[in-house]
Write a protein that binds this ligand. Sequence first.
Ligand SMILES: [Zn+2]
Length: 233
Amino acid sequence: MEETPEEAAKSILERLREGGLWQPHGLGLSYVKEGVKTVKLISQENTPSSAQARIRMRLLIEGIGWKVDETICEIVEVEHLSLEEKHMKEMMMRQELAQSWKCSCGTPLSAFPLEQGLWRHDGQDEMILPTGEKEMVEQWSVVVDCPVCEAEIPLEPYDYGLLAGDDSMLTYKTSKMVYTAATRPEIIDRVDSKLAETIIILGTFCPFHGDLLPPHIRGGVCFYSEIKEEEEE
Ligand SMILES: [Zn+2]
């Protein structure tokens, strides 16, 4: 059975974290979840199509029993922006929002020991592509621990990258191995020095122990080392 727009919106909103951003594709609208079953419209693009979408979305969201707060909506001038500038602006907005995410005890997620985040495979989920076709997609989260109340908070990999920075996506630890992405100059240097066996191209599984690897590290050329016993918990 096809998922209706109402069902799709409902499942997105229910999964959205407090302070999380939702930008329905191609509408020029940005919503932030704030409070119980409430989203705040924080920006709308200054175009007729975005203005119309705003009305449609409001009806849709209210139709599934959520509230839309439009009191602080900023109208964003987009006509003079290039695609690249638009993208930059969006990234800045996302990063700013990520800084405001908090644990239920009030500790900002940005103060967590994010480098210790643990990747967790949550199984498969059906995703509807823009073409209308369905595809099974692996779901992953990165679990981070609150240093104050010890709550375990699962983050979407994208959100984790926003908080922890791009460098956090360059290393990956299984229970037994550490993989670190090699740069092109590093790869060239190793191969020229006849040390190509010290780097490895990763596939879907850890070649040493068979652990499933998360998608971002697959196909990467990596340095590898074994985690010593005493470092294990
Ligand atoms: Zn906490």
